[in-house]
Design a protein around this ligand. Structure first.
Ligand SMILES: [Zn+2]
Length: 132
């Protein structure tokens, strides 16, 4: 458990917007497409943050799914919010995606689905560039 979650649990901090509370320099109005987490996945996906496990939830805008998350990365999202997205490095993501497919060659998601996910994440990140 991270320090922020411990503080929240101990009642030291009352905050209605936990995902933004850790990045006080990021004003809300500068987030044109804020993300929220939902466990409803449209199809089986790979976690794009670690690119090692199947996703169990997804970060999405009101319009589309942006970042599928595994259980561990979802916990990090709850602790660190948008900072976890900085861990995503394009070169490493592509390399790990290929490794992931090597270990799960006949399982969904297909490389095509993962590639579409990476593309939509890039499109979102381009809009949010100064934050990434
Ligand atoms: Zn993950």
């Amino acid at each position: 458990m991270c320090a922020t979650a411990r503080r929240a649990l101990s009642g030291g901090e009352v905050n209605n917007q936990p995902h933004f509370s850790h990045v006080p320099d990021y004003p809300m109005m500068d987030f044109p497409e804020p993300l929220y987490e939902t466990t409803h996945l449209q199809s089986r996906r790979m976690c794009l943050v670690c690119a090692r496990k199947h996703a169990e939830s997804v970060l999405r805008t009101t319009e589309k799914e942006i970042v599928p998350l595994c259980k561990g990365c979802a916990a990090d999202w709850n602790c660190h919010g948008y900072l976890i997205l900085r861990r995503i490095k394009p070169g490493r993501l592509i390399w790990r995606t290929l490794v992931f497919k090597m270990f799960h060659p006949f399982q969904t998601p297909s490389l095509r689905v993962i590639w579409q996910d990476i593309k939509s994440l890039q499109a979102w990140a381009a809009k949010m560039k100064k934050w990434m």
